[in-house]
Design a protein around this ligand. Structure first.
Ligand code: F6R
Length: 251
């Protein structure tokens, strides 16, 4: 794991975006693994700017998302397809045929089969990632096991409460989702990982400090990834003592 300590979150987002864009510069038809939520929003803003200013060509880029709520239509403003169209896909003119995201309204098993067949045949060139306060990556919630491929999950009360900020009430937050497994995330050739906010501090300590790799905090498995770069602002990083093998750089 490489840790890049930045002045602030805006700088983390800009550097993370550049890392994503560099992958596309090297490989025009790169498969980008994408995440939703608050954390990646400024990363997508920088990526869109680069594409609109024609610094990077997204004419052949393909995307695959980590997850989607079960029961939400892509037109629903809380669905992850809607989020991706709003923050990246439409502005970069990436058409639906180059976008893989679970359909929350389709038969769940058929959707898992479709996502898994694609994921098995198409390695992710770079995966953008953040983490939940309970250490989840994708929607791989604390568990006794690490799941491998796309699967359906029940969301924990903590995750539903946290995500309810984007809905009008907690009752509206779906109870289930489809998510890429932790194994699928680990098969990405490269991972660009960001976290910000005090509520993530505990999880980030478990991920960065010397300690167990445990499905109880799914993000700890990132310790085993060969090419994972984590961006943290100094406010958070200075409260963490990374394990000796973490390569730390301040910018
Ligand atoms: C989203 C996802 C989740 C989020 C995590 C952090 O696709 O897979 O694991 O990355 O819940 O969300 P934010 O960024 O909203 O704090």
């Amino acid at each position: 794991m490489k840790l890049i300590i930045t002045e602030n979150y805006e700088q983390s987002a800009e550097l993370a975006a550049q890392m994503m864009l560099d992958v596309v510069t090297e490989k025009a038809d790169a498969l980008l693994g994408l995440a939703t939520g608050t954390t990646p929003v400024p990363v997508y803003r920088y990526m869109v700017e680069a594409v609109q200013q024609k610094k990077t060509d997204f004419g052949r880029v393909r995307t695959i998302n980590l997850d989607e709520y079960i029961g939400l239509d892509g037109e629903d403003s809380n669905s992850y397809l809607y989020f991706m169209r709003k923050h990246l896909l439409d502005a970069c003119q990436i058409p639906p045929e180059r976008v893989m995201i679970p359909n929350g309204m389709a038969d769940t098993q058929a959707e898992l089969d479709r996502m898994n067949a694609f994921a098995d045949a198409n390695p992710i060139d770079v995966q953008l990632l953040s983490v939940g306060a309970n250490g989840h990556i994708g929607f791989n919630e604390p568990s006794d096991v690490f799941y491998d491929r796309y699967h359906a999950v029940k969301l924990t009360q903590k995750t539903r409460e946290s995500n309810s900020r984007l809905f009008s009430s907690i009752e509206e937050v779906p109870t289930e989702a489809i998510t890429m497994g932790t194994g699928g995330i680990m098969r990405a050739k490269k991972i660009v990982f960001l976290a910000t906010g005090e509520e993530k501090l505990d999880a980030m300590k478990k991920i960065l400090e010397d300690g167990e790799v445990t499905p109880d905090c799914q993000g700890t498995i990132l310790k085993f990834h060969q090419d994972c770069t984590l961006f943290l602002d100094k406010g958070m990083a200075d409260q963490i003592r990374p394990a000796p093998y973490v390569e730390v750089r301040r910018v």
